[in-house]
Write a protein that binds this ligand. Structure first.
Ligand SMILES: O=P(O)(O)OC[C@H]1O[C@@H](O)[C@H](O)[C@@H](O)[C@@H]1O
Length: 302
């Protein structure tokens, strides 16, 4: 089925961006063509699961603050990436944070419906990315069924090995950052970005009392956000990834961020399913890789 013929997918123009609103049996999604970025997601009758800034600017060429930006073919500062990733880049071209695909239009391909699911497939034009001459094919599949399932698919059609880093930079909506705990990272190594990327080890659940910017390694497939203020637990089930970024800007950095209210740090938390640091993606000629993550929430009891 094509986009035009689905009555569950509605094309809407918002600011300078073309978007699609997807009406699923269990929830509603808003996606923009630019960056294939999910902007909103809410399970019916619930608070939003994904946070979108109240100050979000819907402008061409500029990543929108919130939602699920796709960071690719490098995460964060390119100079902080492993040498194998940096070597793919033409150093004479400036390298912006989080890669090259947040601000460009992707192509919506198939929309498939069936078994209570709607699946949208978007592909990124990777043939002519500035400073990145040899790029894999990149597809993003967004599956709205009982849960929201996202899949980032890389395929190396060239005859040379390729290296890259990537992340689904998801901004979760939460009731109160002071009460939130992230479960599942106990015992994991992490790189502390705020202390010159020193390696540390997590003890217990992650809670928040200041700016937090960490790359977790050896991450298990199942993480949870426990959010007492909204009495819910968010499930994050990933595969094809063993690294994750945990980020909250807290008070001072919030004032320096674009499209971000001074107090918004209390209502959002990024848990980014990633392939970064010693988990970067190495693709042999002809090889494909799928990074998958599924999100849903359940009420907290007791
Ligand atoms: O402002 P940007 O480019 O969207 O980045 C936001 C944040 O993204 C996070 O992934 C990084 O760990 C932070 O250091 C960064 O500030």
């Amino acid at each position: 089925m094509t986009g035009a013929s689905s009555n569950k997918v509605e094309r809407v123009e918002m600011g300078e961006l073309t978007c699609w609103r997807v009406h699923g049996a269990q929830g509603e999604l808003l996606i923009t063509q630019q960056g294939a970025q999910i902007l909103e997601y809410r399970e019916h009758g619930q608070q939003p699961l994904i946070w979108l800034s109240e100050q979000a600017a819907l402008k061409a060429g500029q990543s929108v603050r919130g939602g699920v930006p796709v960071c690719w073919p490098w995460f964060g500062d390119l100079a902080r990436n492993p040498q194998s990733v940096q070597a793919m880049h033409d150093g004479s071209v400036p390298a912006s944070a989080h890669g090259l695909v947040r601000g460009i239009d992707w192509q919506l391909g198939d929309i498939r419906e069936g078994d209570g699911e709607i699946v949208l497939s978007l592909s990124c034009p990777t043939d002519d990315l500035p400073g990145w001459p040899l790029a894999p094919e990149l597809t993003f599949e967004i599956r709205l069924g009982e849960h929201l399932r996202l899949e980032l698919i890389n395929h190396n059609r060239s005859d040379r090995p390729q290296a890259l880093s990537q992340a689904l930079h998801t901004y979760f909506a939460i009731g109160d950052i002071h009460q939130v705990r992230v479960e599942g990272l106990d015992g994991c190594r992490y790189l502390e970005a705020l202390e010159n990327w020193q390696e540390r080890r997590q003890q217990g659940d992650v809670s928040f009392s200041g700016e937090t910017d960490r790359v977790y390694l050896d991450v298990p497939g199942k993480l949870h956000i426990e959010d007492p203020a909204w009495q819910r637990r968010i499930h994050i089930h990933a595969s094809g990834s063993s690294s994750a970024v945990v980020w909250n800007p807290w008070i001072d950095k919030s004032q320096r961020l674009s499209q971000f209210a001074d107090d918004a740090w209390q209502r959002m938390l990024c848990i980014e399913t990633a392939k970064v640091a010693d988990d970067v993606l190495q693709l042999a000629p002809g090889e494909s890789h799928r990074l998958q993550v599924e999100y849903w929430s359940e009420p907290l009891h007791g």
